[in-house]
Ligand binder design. Structure first.
Ligand code: GLA
Length: 547
């Protein structure tokens, strides 16, 4: 399985990048980073850690519910040159264990220096948010992360956390973390839905692992788990989609990634029809910056809570018994309703199971007189009543670990999106798999496009995670000839992804540029950053540099 493979460590760039043309172009970027590092820190780096952004082709906002999604890594990435700090003092002065100098090639991100501290810890917020987490009550490493404000070093610290607490939990017995110098550069636009935050956290986690010589024996799956746990420390309760894509993807393929009963990923090559033109994915940035950290309490984290409460209420209406402290997701409720043995549950069974379950979602529909049924949400008081918990228990289980703000909570609409989207992912996977044989059905691209369109409609109207600009961009893309087009990533701004015939890409991009008003005043360079065709790229790796 793809998640069981070791983290790749390469010794030359042409091993790491899929074709020599890409390697040659990237060489300039890597060499520049190494030179700049050497100049700033007075010594050469020992490694470069690299993690790509991702584009999610379909399966939005269902990873934290534990349903599968279908992402691919993009060519845009974060690179970190890293190595142990060398004190310039003579004789060398001891630095505090694990202290960090983090610089960024982009001058708008000021250099940062920080050191972790050992503290006696109770359960952390991350552990409280994870109902299944083992709670560590002993001493733990601590780094101050400001979750109220967007700060670039928060992701670096988040990446460091897991490495410290997994590998140096008993200082003295398992050694001390080494002081580290880091230099970052990145090409994933932030707040664009292409997962710059996961790329930052994955690359940072890798850099700290590499410099502390802890990479040996680690699987990609373990790195995904660490990066997921680490990113939650920055304040968003995201699922594992971004980290899995950034770590596990390989060139030419997307992955069907699932999270239940545990992380698993299946690389699925995208179809290359012979009878119809080949297609590529085009990312277009709406230029509405949507940072999920900043808006978490009205958007992302609110959706996490709505789906969790929805799952409890639905379970009760289906006669599934739950303990008061349980916090199951929709995927778990489906498994209990089906009464299945998850370890031996095929994709075909899952698909049939979702199809049978879909009508049950209606049990969440709030029927109120004078309103169109299902249109409006429920208040906090109604939610608590429907959950069958006391207000104190409800608060403890659903709200004590997260901050959310809403007058009405939309349990029914969110559930409809989740189950239908989970089914669309499986259909998308089927279409791709059918297109691997000699004979590729002629309507393959149209079928994929239709699923993407339906996904966008659902994101926009049921999950309310689009925005007017993104909806306009999707419509323009469709008019410009895309087989399908949709918001990708968390949404509320950011990028769309469109499936476009390869021989029509230039024409397609030209039409979108001309019609999407916010692109009108952009320079050519900014436009190239805003709208671009992308190929599934390599996942994260470490490049070991010569001494
Ligand atoms: C963000 C999160 C992911 C996923 C997507 C929506 O990118 O980090 O875990 O939930 O939103 O699909």
């Amino acid at each position: 399985m793809a998640a069981e493979l070791p983290i790749p460590v390469f010794t030359s760039l042409d091993q790491a990048l899929p074709d020599l043309k890409t390697a040659a172009a990237e060489l300039i970027r890597y060499t520049n980073l190494v030179d700049e590092y050497t100049q700033r820190f007075g010594h050469k780096p020992t490694y470069i850690a690299r993690a790509p952004g991702r584009v999610n082709l379909i399966g939005e906002h269902i990873d934290y519910v534990l349903f599968g999604a279908f992402p691919a890594a993009v060519e845009r990435d974060i690179l970190i040159a890293c190595g142990p700090s060398v004190s310039s003092a003579s004789p060398p002065e001891p630095s505090s264990p694990g202290s960090v100098n983090a610089h960024n090639l982009d001058a708008k991100y000021a250099p940062q220096a920080f050191a972790p501290m050992l503290k006696n810890a109770g359960p952390t917020d991350v552990e409280k948010a994870d109902a299944d987490a083992t709670v560590h009550a002993e001493s733990a490493w601590h780094l101050d992360i400001n979750t109220r404000e967007l700060r670039w070093e928060s992701y670096v610290k988040a990446g460091y956390y897991g490495v410290l607490n997994h590998f140096f939990s008993q200082p003295g017995q398992n050694g001390h973390p080494v002081p580290v110098d880091l230099l970052f550069t990145g090409s994933v636009p932030s707040g664009s839905g292409l997962s710059s935050s996961a790329a930052m956290v994955v690359a940072s986690t890798l850099a700290f692992l590499a410099v502390n010589e802890k990479v040996n024996g680690l699987t990609k799956g373990k790195l995904v788990e660490m990066a997921m746990e680490n990113e939650k420390r920055a304040g968003v309760n995201s699922g594992g989609l971004d980290q899995a894509a950034s770590v596990i993807c390989t060139p030419h393929s997307a992955i069907y990634v699932t999270f239940f009963p545990s992380l698993a990923a299946e690389p699925i090559p995208l179809p290359t029809p012979r009878t119809t033109p080949k297609a590529v994915f085009v990312c277009a940035n709406s230029l509405v910056v949507s940072d999920k950290l900043v808006s978490a309490k009205y958007h992302y984290n609110l959706r996490v809570v709505e789906t969790l409460v929805g799952a409890r209420v639905l379970a009760r209406r289906l006669g599934i018994s739950l303990t008061d402290s349980e916090r199951p997701t929709f995927r778990v409720i489906l498994a209990r309703w089906l009464g299945t043995d998850e370890a031996n549950f095929s994709v075909e069974h899952l698909k049939a199971g979702i199809e049978r379950f879909l009508p049950e979602v209606e049990k969440l529909r709030p029927a109120r007189e004078g309103h169109e049924a299902g249109e409006e949400g429920v208040t906090m008081a109604e939610m608590i009543e429907w959950s069958g918990l006391s207000p104190e228990q409800f608060n403890q289980v659903y709200l004590s670990w997260v901050e959310v703000e809403a007058t009405y909570f939309q349990l029914y609409k969110r559930a409809r999106h989740v189950f239908a989207e989970a089914l669309r992912v499986l259909e998308f996977r089927d279409v791709c798999l059918r297109a691997q044989d000699e004979f590729v059905p002629e309507d393959t691209l149209a079928a994929l496009g239709a699923l993407m369109d339906a996904s966008h409609e659902s994101c926009s109207t049921l999950y309310d995670c689009s925005c007017p600009e993104v909806d306009v961009l999707v419509r323009i893309a469709k008019d410009a000839g895309a087989y399908g087009s949709r918001v990708t990533g968390a949404g509320w701004g950011g990028c769309t992804v469109s499936l476009v015939a390869e021989d029509k890409v230039e024409e397609f991009i030209g039409k979108v540029k001309a019609q999407y008003a916010p692109y009108k005043d952009l320079t050519e360079e900014k436009l190239r950053e805003a709208i671009f065709a992308t190929k599934p790229s390599a996942g994260a790796f470490i490049l070991k540099l010569d001494d």
